[in-house]
Design a binder for this molecule. Structure first.
Ligand SMILES: Nc1nc2c(ncn2[C@@H]2O[C@H](COP(=O)(O)OP(=O)(O)OP(=O)(O)O)[C@@H](O)[C@H]2O)c(=O)[nH]1
Ligand SMILES: [Mg+2]
Length: 340
C-alpha cells in the first residue's frame, strides 16, 4: 500500500507560508495604485498559502486508496495492522481540514479586499492564525497516517489469480521450513515460536500454473476471538486466500506443544474453514523412531503424509497434492459477508 510521506503540521504550514511570502514579495515591485497595493499583496499571500496547504492535503488524500474498493483480504489486513476505522477517521480529518481551509481562503480574501489597505496586514495575521489552528488540529491524524505508512510498508502483494496454498499450524512446527522447500521464498526460520509474524509468500509454477504458497504465523488452539493480531494474519489468509490448507503437525513435539493441542487446532480449522480442502502433514519425522503413537491423530489416511521439511522428505508428494488443487470461487461468498 503506497501511502506518501506524511508531513508534520509544522512542515505543512512552513511550506504554505513561505510560498505565500514568496508570491507576496514578487508583487512588491509591481506597479499597483498605492491604496490597493497593501491589500493585493496580503490577499495574494493568504490565497497562495491556502492553495499550497490544500494541494498538500489533497495529494495525501488522493494517494491513499479507498479502503472499501480493496480486496477483502487487504481490508482485513489493514484492519488488523492499523485499524480501518482509525484510517478512515484520519482521512476524514484531512478532508475536513481541506474544506475549512477552502472556506478561510474565500473568507479572508474577501475581507482583505473589502477593507482599507492599512488593515490588510492585521487581517492576514488573523487568517494565518486560523489556518495554523486548523492544521494543528489534524496533528494526531497526520501522526496516525505516518504510523500506518510505516506499518503497511510490508503489506504482502497477493496474486489473486494464482492458486493459493496456505501453510498453517502451531508455532515452531516447521511451516517456514516447508515454504523454503516448496518455493523460492526465503523466510526466517528459527527454533522458537512465533518467528513468523506476518504473511510470507512464496511463488512457484506447476505445469504452467502460478501457485502461491503462503506461510502464516503459528496458531494456538484457542477461539478466534482470543487470538492476537499476529495470529489473525493467519486467519485472514485462510479465510480469503486459501484454495487448500496444508496443516503442519510437529510429530516430534520438539516444538514444545503436545500433539493433543495441535490436533485440537486442526479440528477447529477444519470446522471453521470446512469448504477448503485440508491436508495433514506430520513433520519432523526424521526425529521419530516409531510412528505408531501418531495413529490416534490421523483421521483421514488419504490426506495425511509423513514428512521431514528439513530433509525435503515428502516434498514430491506435497507437490502432487498441490497440482490437484482447484481454485475456489469466493466472489459469491464475499458479497454475502457484507450482510453480517
Ligand atoms: N528435525 C527437524 N527439525 C525441523 C524440521 N522442520 C523444521 N525444523 C526446525 O524446527 C524449528 C522451527 O522451524 P520453522 O520453520 O521456523 O517453524 P515455523 O512453524 O515457521 O515457526 P513459527 O514461524 O515460529 O510459527 C527450526 O529450528 C527448524 O530448523 C524437520 O523436518 N525436522
Ligand atoms: Mg515461521
Amino acid at each position: 500500500m503506497m501511502i506518501p510521506t506524511i508531513p508534520t503540521p509544522e512542515e505543512i504550514l512552513d511550506k504554505g507560508f513561505s510560498r505565500g511570502k514568496k508570491q507576496a514579495d514578487l508583487m512588491r515591485s509591481q506597479k499597483i495604485p498605492k491604496h490597493l497595493k497593501g491589500k493585493r499583496i496580503e490577499e495574494r499571500r493568504v490565497v497562495t498559502s491556502c492553495q499550497v496547504i490544500k494541494d498538500k492535503l489533497k495529494s495525501i488524500i488522493d494517494a491513499v486508496p479507498e479502503i472499501e474498493s480493496l480486496h477483502p483480504f487487504y481490508q482485513d489486513y489493514i484492519d488488523i495492522t492499523v485499524g480501518v476505522d482509525d484510517m478512515k477517521q484520519a482521512l476524514g480529518a484531512l478532508n475536513w481540514a481541506y474544506g475549512i481551509i477552502t472556506q478561510l481562503e474565500k473568507e479572508y480574501g474577501s475581507k482583505i479586499r473589502k477593507n482599507p489597505s492599512e488593515k490588510a496586514t492585521a487581517i492576514q495575521k488573523q487568517a494565518y492564525g486560523r489556518i495554523s489552528s486548523v492544521i494543528n488540529k489534524i496533528r494526531k491524524d497526520l501522526d496516525f497516517l505516518d504510523f500506518a505508512k510505516q506499518n503497511l510498508r510490508n503489506m504482502p502483494t497477493i496474486d489473486f489469480d494464482a492458486t493459493t496454498i496456505v501453510i498453517a499450524g502451531f508455532p515452531n512446527v516447521g511451516k517456514s521450513t516447508l515454504l523454503t522447500q516448496l518455493s523460492s521464498a526465503d523466510p526466517q526460520v528459527a527454533n522458537y515460536p512465533f518467528t513468523t509474524k506476518g504473511i510470507q509468500i512464496g511463488h512457484t509454477e506447476i505445469h504452467w500454473r502460478s501457485i502461491q504458497i503462503i506461510d502464516t504465523p503459528g496458531l494456538l488452539d484457542r477461539p478466534v476471538l482470543e487470538m492476537n493480531d499476529i495470529e489473525m494474519n493467519a486467519i485472514v489468509a485462510l479465510e480469503h486466500l486459501a484454495d487448500a490448507i496444508l496443516f503442519i503437525f510437529d510429530a516430534s513435539e520438539t516444538c514444545g506443544f503436545h500433539l493433543d493441542n495441535q490436533y485440537n487446532l486442526s479440528k477447529q480449522i477444519e470446522k471453521v474453514f470446512s469448504e477448503i480442502p485440508m491436508y495433514y502433514l506430520f513433520n519432523k519425522m526424521d526425529l521419530v523412531e516409531d510412528s505408531a503413537y501418531l495413529d490416534e491423530y490421523i483421521d483421514d489416511k488419504e490426506k495425511s503424509i509423513f514428512i521431514s521439511a528439513i530433509e525435503g522428505e515428502g516434498v514430491e508428494e506435497i507437490n502432487k497434492i498441490i497440482r490437484s488443487i482447484k481454485k475456489i470461487d469466493r466472489t459469491v461468498e464475499e458479497e454475502d459477508d457484507e450482510y453480517y
